[in-house]
Design a protein around this ligand. Structure first.
Ligand code: C2E
Ligand code: MG
Ligand code: MG
Length: 468
């Protein structure tokens, strides 16, 4: 080839290269200008381009965890929450930080390699804190649930896979593996109700909306009150009194079991520490404990601190666990039982008869009392199936040397039938409804009133047949 020909070829190639560089730059510019239609933030594509160019570095991923739930019944409110969160993110990040809106309610902040890992983590921690604060929309206060992750893309790793895996970890946490969503109108209404309750529950402790009532526990042998079951009440400013059967499951699902549970335990211990010398014998307080509380690693540690703080004897506390919790064939449950009893605390199995537990599982656990569920106590005097169940539980108690208490006794007939079968421990509206703390003490002191309630027995069912 002549010199002139070579020159022409080189200039052609240079022109070609220049064109492809220009095209690449134009694509990058276009992609970098791609903005999310709701938030106005970068989209996933420019983020991936940047990660590909920089090859390694830190990413911080943020998710509004309950966004889909909220969007399921109130899309406008969900969008308002989303845009408020975006405003907060933008306001908090230093200028020039690259933040992308990568999915419906997920954001990613690219730190690259210029920012130290600790600094990036610190920034994400501050964001979680600030983004999770209350958002007021008209009359509604929403506390968004924010999840976040920091992860490092290693040199040679695929940005696509890395981003997908980082975001997928949110879904795993959120769904716990379950994928099916029931979308009937009734399910949506239920979800809306639950969401409202859940939102209102956050902060209910701080606003002083909870109250503890005390329902007397009766010993028919000694004709006295032996203590009380502490029962939580929620006085909601608009909904009025909300039953624990409604809100306790929401407390559990929303991860608030520790907060509410500690409030109950502390309140019950504070009250019981003032009961010394009031009853004929020591009075015990029984507290319902949820599965999540029991599984918390710090539970026994908390109990020990609580006894110390309130100057309460561990023997003055009884914890109630439902049969389904107690009978979960789980080594952790057995260990917790041992630890709790080693402290000197008593354990009762609540709602007994409803949980299909095998007696052999129960025998492996040390506990002190069985509470027959109200379902078997209601009209027991005329229901042969309930009679068979009550008799077998009473026999079981005798065999294991464990107290049996009948709960939900509402009538003299139920009480007398159970008394005749050897039941000695009772709780129910027939004796007393759950009472405010001061009224409970009045009830304990009024021994002649209790004697009256316990005395009215039909012929053949007289208390003199009782043995201690
Ligand atoms: P539970 O532990 O079996 O408590 C007994 C429930 O039966 C209480 O309902 C009590 O008011 C009610 N009751 C007592 N005697 C009678 C009666 O003669 N007739 C009728 N119809 N009901 C009677 P409450 O207070 O509505 O509590 C319902 C459930 O909520 C409790 O059942 C317990 O599982 C749960 N709960 C209550 N307070 C707490 C708490 O502080 N923490 C936890 N985790 N759960 C709690
Ligand atoms: Mg109970
Ligand atoms: Mg019960």
């Amino acid at each position: 080839m002549s010199a002139a020909g070579r020159k022409e070829e080189i200039s052609d190639r240079l022109a070609e290269n220049a064109a492809s560089v220009e095209l690449a730059l134009a694509t990058m510019k276009r992609r970098l200008s791609e903005r999310h239609s709701i938030s106005g933030l970068h989209t996933r594509e420019p983020l991936l381009d940047l990660m590909t160019t920089e090859r390694a570095g830190m990413i911080g991923a943020i998710e509004i965890a309950d966004f889909d739930r909220l969007a399921g019944f109130n899309p406008d409110l969900a969008e308002y929450v989303l845009t408020t969160i975006v405003r907060r993110i933008v306001r908090m990040l230093p200028p020039g930080r690259f933040v992308a809106h990568v999915d419906r309610a997920q954001f990613a902040i690219w730190y690259g390699q210029d920012i130290a890992h600790d600094a990036a983590r610190g920034e994400i921690d501050a964001l979680i804190y600030a983004l999770g604060s209350v958002i007021t929309a008209g009359t509604q206060d929403i506390v968004p649930i924010i999840s976040a992750r920091c992860a490092a893309l290693e040199e040679g790793g695929s940005p696509h896979t890395f981003l997908a895996q980082t975001l997928a970890s949110f879904a795993m946490l959120r769904d716990g593996g379950a994928g099916n969503v029931d979308l009937t109108p009734a399910a949506i209404a239920r979800e809306e109700f639950r969401y409202g309750i859940e939102q209102d529950l956050r902060g209910a402790v701080g606003r002083g909306e909870f109250e503890l009532l005390f329902q007397p526990l009766i010993d028919a042998t000694w004709q006295c009150v032996t203590g009380a079951e502490a029962l939580i009440r929620w006085n909601h400013p608009e909904r009025g009194a909300v039953s624990p059967s409604v809100f306790i499951p929401v407390v559990e699902a929303a991860g608030l079991a520790d907060e509410v549970g500690l409030w109950v335990l502390n309140g019950a211990a504070r009250e019981a520490s003032q009961w010394a010398g009031i009853g004929p014998g020591p009075l015990r307080v029984a507290v319902n404990i949820s599965a999540n509380q029991l599984h918390s690693a710090k539970f026994t540690e908390f109990l020990a601190r609580m006894f110390h703080n309130h100057g309460l004897e561990p023997g003055a506390l009884e914890i109630e666990l439902t049969e389904s919790v107690a009978s979960a064939n789980d080594a952790r449950v057995a260990r917790m039982f041992e630890e709790i009893r080693a402290l000197g605390v008593n354990i009762s199995i609540d709602d007994f008869g409803t949980g299909y537990s095998s007696f052999s599982t129960l025998r492996q656990l040390g506990f002190d009392k069985i509470k027959i569920d109200r379902e078997f106590v209601t009209e027991v005097q005329r229901r042969p199936d309930s009679q068979a169940i009550c008799r077998s539980i009473l026999t079981l108690g005798q065999g294991l040397g464990i107290k049996v208490l009948a709960e939900g006794v509402e009538t003299a007939e139920e009480y007398h039938w159970l008394l005749g079968e050897g039941c000695r421990h009772f709780q129910g509206f027939y004796f007393s409804r759950p009472l405010a703390a001061a009224d409970f003490l009045t009830f304990v002191r009024d021994t002649s009133r209790l004697a009256d309630i316990l005395r009215i027995a039909p012929a053949g069912r007289e208390p003199e047949r009782l043995t201690a």
